[in-house]
Design a protein around this ligand. Structure first.
Ligand SMILES: CC(C)(COP(=O)(O)OP(=O)(O)OC[C@H]1O[C@@H](n2cnc3c(N)ncnc32)[C@H](O)[C@@H]1OP(=O)(O)O)[C@@H](O)C(=O)NCCC(=O)NCCS
Length: 186
């Protein structure tokens, strides 16, 4: 992943769970307030870029600029957004197809929606779409310290295939960090 993924968050505080369509209702738990649905996943449009930028800033050590994010959207790469019914950007996914390989650039879930199953559902959505499109594999890089993301990917079937030393350069108070390379055969 070209992303500079942020360190995983503490799981002690579980946020409200978003609503999901009946086909994924098995993911629900009874103690949560449902407010978004899988049908809300859609391609990003220009007007979404600022929301994506804000979530990007809240999620990654080294955020991308509005211009950079807008460029990915204009290029027609896979930039999908998932809004809640009350209009908050709950999650987004950015990936690039290169021949039959999908390169996952970024996935982020808004802090207030984390640990609700959204990251998993969004990844499953993208996996199913890319499988149906005939893509062969998915690849990503993730910070060595980002255990949350690594657990998510591993639970989906991604395997660690390598490590790049100091792939993430030192930034602000964050030292340089290795990237873990992960892949998934579709
Ligand atoms: C990584 C991220 C996308 C996960 O999204 P999420 O919606 O909170 O994840 P989910 O609720 O779908 O959790 C799915 C699985 O991921 C793992 N996981 C997610 N967050 C975790 C955490 N903080 N600690 C440990 N495991 C975690 C668990 O295995 C979980 O499955 P389980 O609940 O059955 O144990 C989210 O934390 C995020 O946006 N982080 C900042 C941006 C980022 O790091 N992106 C990835 C870049 S590589």
């Amino acid at each position: 992943m070209q992303s500079r993924a942020a360190t995983g968050r503490n799981r002690s505080k579980r946020p409200k769970r978003l609503s999901i369509d009946p086909d994924v209702s098995a993911q629900q738990t009874p103690d949560v307030d449902m407010s978004a649905s899988l049908a809300d996943i859609r391609r990003a449009v220009t007007n979404d870029i600022y929301d994506i930028y804000m979530l990007n800033c809240a999620s990654f050590v080294e955020a991308w600029s509005v211009m950079a994010l807008g460029m990915w959207q204009e290029r027609g790469d896979t930039l999908d957004v998932w809004y809640s019914h009350d209009g908050r950007l709950a999650a987004y996914y950015l990936g690039q197809d290169v021949l039959d390989e999908v390169h996952i650039m970024q996935i982020a879930v808004a802090p207030e929606f984390r640990l609700s199953g959204l990251g998993r559902r969004l990844m499953q959505y993208e996996i199913e779409r890319k499988r149906a499109a005939g893509m062969a594999s998915m690849h990503l890089e993730v910070r060595a310290s980002n255990r949350a993301a690594q657990k998510l990917y591993t639970s989906l079937g991604f395997e660690t295939v390598g490590r790049r030393n100091a792939y993430y350069a030192a930034f602000d108070n964050h030292p340089a960090e290795d990237a873990i390379l992960m892949s998934f055969n579709l």
